[in-house]
Ligand binder design. Structure first.
Ligand code: NAD
Length: 476
């Protein structure tokens, strides 16, 4: 049984929740203690108390804790990657890559702890100087989703701690395993008591208690648009900052002059790897007429070669869906797509033969219309649809015709169209001749329009959210 971490103590609770493997429902990974609103308040109080010392702690201490955490995560990447695939269902290769990314993020912010800078500027008032420095914000509430069980906690926790904040961290209900390991590693790496508190439990109880507390100074959230709106409303009520990363309906534009093989690779990777459960997944494949049929047939060829199965089987290329309710949602959308008149060209069947898990054949719709609900709403599963466009101009307009704006991709060999697309795609991230999903650990991550609100995550840009600016005047 895995405890909570509150004020540096391991806290057991009578209430626990089992972590179940979506590849094999008979496999119970472990049992995790569940917090309630009272324990969450205790965790917030512990973070408030720890802030006074941590906010002015030596940068050497912060660097050492973050570096030791990175070192251990990297050294254990195969074991933790295995745990990640077992609890979330992405393939072992993807699981190990995500753990490695988390280690890189902790290394990056271990370095950032030593690179804090400020400015000294002359004043317009005689004899005075002005100093501009950055200070931590306070207690940060961190609320994460299930689809990146270690990378998203890492890219929120590492900068929060690096810049001197304390944290109350609530991972998603479905994936407490890797999140717990990160909390445990940080404590063993020398993090002082109360600087990071781990409170696992339902969003409606633990998450809500974080949102309701006036002692929380900022909230960093990743998850669905509906929950994001709740977070934003609660933060507005308390007049505190929030950072929201939410859904996507990301387009991949394929033009007639694209390298067909690469375009298909981008489409299959972007749409279906990680079982399509990525906010950056390409779910709308917008293809111009001259390449349309060849593109569809080549995608079908590639889909025929996919192995859907146990996430930890080395032959598997696409693992299971994360749980029953996500599976139901995917199947409902596949049914809806058919009713709306899109042509289900490949897949979409529930697979029961592999083992007792949430297996679904990836689905490819063709001849779909831009106004169909399958092209407007985030499905968050292995479902993509092809939309026909007459030319680049129409493809761009279809790509931008969405309330979301996380990523947008284009496959083309035209320099003119690449330059135009980079400038005019309404998205926070643009990928040229690359899949829409999969971004580096050291550069800003985030979207535009309805996908994101607040400052960017990752890289040096993370500083904007996790610090506040102070301007000091001085006369000798
Ligand atoms: P979700 O909104 O259901 O849950 C996200 C987190 O919010 C969980 O920890 C949950 O327990 C918590 N929560 C739920 N109700 C709450 C409440 N009332 N108060 C406070 N917290 C509450 O999302 P999910 O199903 O875990 O994740 C899938 C979604 O996440 C998709 O929409 C996906 O696009 C999005 N996502 C976005 C990004 C990004 O960076 N843009 C990355 C990954 C996932």
């Amino acid at each position: 049984m895995r405890p909570l971490f509150i004020g540096g103590n391991r806290v057991d609770t009578p209430d626990t929740r089992s972590n179940i493997n979506p590849s094999n429902l008979n496999d119970v990974i472990d049992h995790y203690c569940v917090a309630d609103a009272k324990l969450t308040e205790r965790a917030i109080d512990a973070a408030v108390e720890a802030f006074s010392a941590w906010s002015v702690s030596d940068i050497q201490l912060r660097h050492d804790v973050l570096r030791r955490t990175a070192d251990e995560i990297f050294a254990r990447r195969h074991e933790l990657g295995n745990l990640l695939s077992r609890e979330e269902g992405k393939t072992l290769k993807e699981g190990i890559a995500e753990v490695t990314r988390a280690a890189n993020i902790f290394w990056f912010f271990a370095g950032e702890a030593l690179r804090a800078t400020g400015e000294i500027v002359p004043s317009v008032r005689s004899g005075a100087t002005v100093e501009i420095t950055r200070e931590p914000v306070g207690v940060i509430g961190i609320i994460s989703p299930w689809n990146f069980p270690i990378a998203i906690p890492a890219w929120k926790i590492a900068p929060a701690l690096c810049y001197g904040n304390t944290v109350v961290f609530k991972p998603a209900e479905l994936v407490p395993g890797c999140a717990w390991e990160v909390a445990d590693i940080l404590h063993r790496a020398g993090l002082p008591a109360g600087v990071l508190n781990f409170v696992y439990g339902p969003g409606s109880v633990v998450g809500q208690a974080i949102l309701d507390s006036p002692k929380v100074n900022a909230v960093s959230f990743t998850g669905s648009v509906d929950t994001g709106k709740r977070v934003a409303e609660a933060c507005a009520r308390h007049m505190r900052r929030c950072q929201l990363e939410m859904g996507g309906k990301n387009p991949l534009v394929v033009l007639d002059d694209a390298d067909l093989e690469n375009a298909v690779e981008c489409a299959i990777d972007g749409s279906y790897f990680s079982t399509g459960q990525r906010c950056t997944a390409s779910s709308r494949l917008i293809v111009t007429e001259g390449i349309y049929s060849r593109f569809v047939e080549a995608c079908v060829d590639r889909l025929n070669g996919q192995r859907i199965g146990d996430a930890r089987d080395p032959n598997t290329t696409i693992g299971p869906v994360v749980d029953q309710s996500q599976l139901d949602q995917d199947i409902d959308y596949i049914e809806l797509g058919r009713r709306e008149g899109a042509n289900l060209r490949w897949g979409g069947l529930r697979l029961s033969a592999v083992s007792e898990g949430f297996y679904l054949q990836p689905a490819l719709f063709i001849d779909s219309g831009p106004h169909m609900r399958i092209n407007r709403e985030e499905i968050f599963g292995p479902v993509a649809s092809v939309i026909r466009a007459r030319n680049y101009e129409e493809a761009l307009s279809l790509a931008n015709d969405t309330p979301f704006g996380l990523t947008a991709g284009i496959c083309t060999s035209s320099f003119k169209h690449v330059q135009h697309f980079k400038r005019h795609a309404q998205a926070g991230m643009v990928m040229v001749n690359m899949p829409t999903a999969g971004v580096d650990f050291h550069v800003p991550f985030g979207g535009s329009k309805g996908s994101s609100l607040g400052q960017r995550e990752q890289g040096t840009y993370a500083r904007e959210f996790f610090t506040q600016v102070k301007t000091s005047y001085q006369r000798p």
